[in-house]
Ligand binder design. Sequence first.
Ligand code: PRX
Length: 631
Amino acid sequence: MRIRTFDEYQAAYQKSVEDPEEFWAEIAQNFHWRKPWTKTLQWNFTEPNVKWFIGGKLNITENCLDRHLAEQGDQPAIIWEPNDPAEAGVTLTYKMLFDQVCRFANVLKRNGVQKGDRVCIYMPMVPELAIAVLACARIGAIHSVVFGGFSAQSIADRINDAQCKVVVTADGAYRGNKEIPLKSTVDDALIGCPSVEKVIVLTRTRTPVSMLKGRDVWWEQELKQVTAECPAEEMDAEDMLFILYTSGSTGKPKGVVHTCGGYMVYAAYTFQNVFQYEAGQTHFCTADIGWITGHSYIVYGPLACGATSIIFEGVPTYPDAGRFWDIVDKYKVDILYTAPTAIRSLMGFGLEKVENHDLSSLQVLGSVGEPINEEAWHWYDEHIGKGRCPIVDTWWQTETGGILISPLAGITKTKPTYATLPLPGVQPILVDENGKEIEGNGVSGNLCMKFPWPGILRTTYGDHERCRQTYFATYPGLYFTGDGCLRDEDGYYRITGRVDDVLNVSGHRIGTAEVENAINMHTGVVESAVVGYPHDIKGQGIYAYVITDQEPNGHDADLTKRDILATVSRVIGPIAKPDKIQFVTGLPKTRSGKIMRRILRKIAEGDTSNLGDTTTLLDPAVVEEIKAGAL
Ligand code: PRX
């Protein structure tokens, strides 16, 4: 399953296109299956219906844990670095992690969780988060991890959509110099969640919490009641492994569903090849496990390959902007995987934060989540990689389960800002607005995939039609990514950003409709329109145009802005707070009532010289007013 040269990459790629079933069957044989599959792939992109390794039986935790015990049981599986560097960290060997996963799996069972039940996990970045995830997988429960920065309302929406039976949380979380009350947020959420029967609460911050009799139990006390014996549940390759919610261009987040067999094979295969992981290496992915990057490249991919994976609880700037480099130095990190927004932010703190650290252990640098600009790419290369570490700019999505387009470290010739070439098994195609293929090189278009890979989403939870509509209906017969893309003269791919109404703020996907809905909940707001604009650190910032029933002025305007921000935080979470709010008396609409976002985007970008065709506008005067008041 390991590619070592560019020739091998080309041969693997060719085989994966000519005989995808044989190609993936050979790779899948490297894993432990309770029962082999009878057919490797069945698919169509019309319904859509994609199944990999049909009839195969396995448990992903046997692959991530049990099978490593004999030879590397004493090797660290997880190294945990707490928020506060003065607090002692934790190292869990494969044996210890196995033991804790089995015990917590028994806690889940004790609290009524059975195969197929959904469990919501809302936790800080502590080892117990990975333990809870793996414990669900051990017993065949479907985990739905909700990022610890989301609001009570967002948790409730996700719990209700999946009808979760149990919530696993902690009293609180530490992030930088903040203490975040997780349990009380869960309590607020659960007012509207009748499906939840039990809440398991880990002690982390010792923040006072209310424990509801009959519903809430402490993690530590539950552990005392169970044994370490927990045989893995036998799962079908196509049984659901997890749900992860992500934003789209419509208001409500979608529950992207991944299944056991294909996801495992794909996460592990891509981890090993993209990062060129070698046995014994330490991998530091700075994402949160609440996002897909954490699922695939902190938990499942590295553990399936027997790697040592670092979980970092804090933020890159606490206690100072040298924290990542401290961690690299302290644990002799081999592979560092982070986001352009973090790089851009750290660049601003100057080189002295980097230079007093020994970064010589680094072998490979990764980037993910958003397009990486040239300046950040070169800074990462020169000052972190010291010009000797390949950078892998990995393009993928929650829906793809793992990396689709990326260099293989040290094998594919890199080019700043290019994700370069598709991985074996990945068949990209660029199409124009009408779905017509754009052939040749030196072209750009909408990025689609014409063939399934094992990690592709199978459905959106509880609403298969929505999955079809969102990804498979725009261009019949193709999976549509929502991204625009350029293919240069060398056939290298460069992702240029979303072509739909989805923003990418600090690597987080945020739907404009979601933010608008949240703003509109504020009393006095009549209507709003949200667009993105270029932001030096975040990649994209959020610009909101808001109509209120009484136009606020001066101090009133400041208060209203503050309250709108509080509303958005409350409804979605702080990550969705607009960076700029402009009060307007009208929005540019067509005669049929559609907001002309193109115009709003231009104004937000500060480019008002050429607004394009405005002849279909109902009231052109509105545009002049908005231009005059632009922030
Ligand atoms: O627009 C692309 C951008 O992030 C989107 C996927 O977001 P999400 O599902 O939250 O997953 C993020 C982590 C995999 C994509 O549609 N994106 C992700 N990686 C890159 C990227 N854009 C450019 N270059 C990348 N390397």
